[in-house]
Design a protein around this ligand. Structure first.
Ligand code: 5GP
Length: 189
């Protein structure tokens, strides 16, 4: 779809264009291919649902015999503010003991979700845990977290598109944009 499609009208502005996303994903795929070349097949863990679009594009840029698994953690629900509470709603299908785990997330905000997940995988005795994110909002960090690979640093604004939602909508936008505040201010009054 192009940017005059109807759902684009709920955006204040486009922040990251699809062609820039594609370029960054390709470069990241090459870096990860180099990093894990010669190692046992890493497990790429997709944090659903937000990372789903990024994840499916990213793994197709990685020239390795990797495996995939999926996890659902509690997120924002219909609000744009984090609760700070992290809960595993759906766990992985397979154990990660002795494996290189690459967590693939859509966006790092406070950092609490990934801080928690990193501990979870360390406790499960993964051989290593790497963090990959499409977007990072460093200004919002509330915990000390090392992000191994990030495609774009973005300002403190609520964004949607390319898998990221507001109230389960806008995941299908090919670009990433700042949601117009009129969309959520009406609901949060
Ligand atoms: P953190 O635990 O780092 O505060 O939050 C990470 C999660 O919050 C992300 O996986 C995502 O679900 C949600 N989140 C944080 N910022 C945004 C944003 O700007 N837009 C959307 N759609 N979700 C966000």
């Amino acid at each position: 779809m192009d940017t005059n499609a109807v759902i684009y009208q709920d955006l204040e502005r486009i922040l990251v264009k699809r062609e820039d996303i594609a370029k960054a994903v390709k470069e990241l795929g090459q870096k990860l291919t180099e990093k894990f070349r010669g190692e046992d097949a890493p497990v790429f863990v997709c944090i659903l649902k937000g990372a789903s679009v990024f994840f499916t594009d990213l793994i197709r840029e990685i020239d390795l015999p990797l495996t995939t698994d999926f996890m659902v953690v509690s997120s924002y629900g219909s609000s744009t503010k984090s609760t700070g509470v992290v809960k595993i709603v759906k766990d992985l299908d397979k154990p990660v003991e002795g494996k290189h785990v690459v967590i693939v997330e859509d966006i790092v905000d406070s950092g609490m979700t990934l801080h928690y997940l990193k501990k979870v995988f360390a406790n499960r005795e993964a051989a290593s845990v790497s963090i990959v994110t499409l977007l990072d909002k460093p200004a919002r960090r509330r915990v000390d977290l090392t992000v191994d690979y990030s495609c774009f640093n973005i300002p403190d604004a609520f964004v949607v598109g390319y898998g990221l939602d507001y109230d389960e909508k806008y995941r299908n936008l090919p670009d990433i944009g700042v949601l117009h505040p009129r969309i959520y201010s009406a609901e949060e009054k």
